[in-house]
Design a protein around this ligand. Structure first.
Ligand SMILES: [Ca+2]
Ligand SMILES: [Ca+2]
Length: 163
């Protein structure tokens, strides 16, 4: 093969495996979704509103791969200050204490990766965080607290990934 054909061959090998969604600047792509990690703090309800304004929703973690990805991305970004970090995601137990569901689609949280000692606050804590002090595993916290948050846009739900 000449050089051009080797190049074309190499590109066709690479493209199908690039995998991650194409995302707007400042968003992280993984599988069919883009994720936004906030740079400011908000209550859980405020965070949910901001995510909607951005054209998405507060992140729902619906597979082990997705959880592993977010934990590793957050762990990398906060490798020097993870202990102080809490990021809201869409899980809540508003309806029945300790029955966790995702906001916006009402689906049950299919697996729960609790940090040690969590959940521990029953009716006082109805919102789900990724907790940096424990490798971004789950913690229940008071929804009125001001934390960072993860927004998600998913292309299979008719959301605009770009634009
Ligand atoms: Ca609760
Ligand atoms: Ca807790």
């Amino acid at each position: 093969m000449d050089k051009l054909h080797i190049l074309v061959f190499a590109v066709t090998l690479i493209i199908p495996y690039s995998g991650a969604a194409q995302c707007r600047a400042g968003w992280y792509g993984f599988l069919d979704s883009c994720y936004y990690l906030s740079h400011g703090l908000a209550t859980w309800v405020e965070a949910n509103d901001v995510c909607k304004m951005l054209g998405g929703f507060l992140a729902r973690i619906e597979s082990a791969d997705e959880l592993t990805y977010l934990k590793s991305e957050l762990g990398h970004i906060h490798r020097h200050d993870a202990d102080q970090q809490l990021y809201w995601i869409a899980g809540n137990d508003f309806e029945v204490d300790n029955v966790w569901r995702w906001m916006n689609n009402g689906e049950k949280v299919s697996f729960l990766d609790w940090a040690p000692g969590e959940p521990n606050a029953a009716e006082d804590a109805n919102c789900l965080d990724l907790w940096g002090a424990h490798e971004f595993r789950y913690a229940d916290n008071n929804c009125e607290e001001h934390h960072n948050y993860v927004c998600q846009i998913k292309d299979t739900e008719g959301n605009q990934l770009i634009g």
